[in-house]
Design a binder for this molecule. Structure first.
Ligand code: F3S
Length: 60
């Protein structure tokens, strides 16, 4: 899986970084970013983060 955050859709709610902090982090711009060393398979929470994002900004 190759997680991506669409910054045109992200509203910075922070759900993804709460649900899946090994993969997503909040940036200084107030939007979610995929961590450089993100590993969806190891983290096991990317799908949940994508499902719970209110604006469907996360693609996998
Ligand atoms: Fe943004 Fe969705 Fe995360 S709105 S902060 S990508 S849960």
């Amino acid at each position: 899986m190759n997680p991506k955050v669409d910054h045109d859709l992200c509203i910075g709610c922070g759900v993804c970084s709460d649900v899946c902090p090994d993969v997503f982090e909040m940036g200084d711009d107030g939007l979610a970013h995929v961590k450089a060393d993100a590993n969806c398979e190891a983290a096991g929470c990317c799908q949940q983060a994508a499902d719970e994002c209110p604006t469907e900004a996360i693609s996998l």
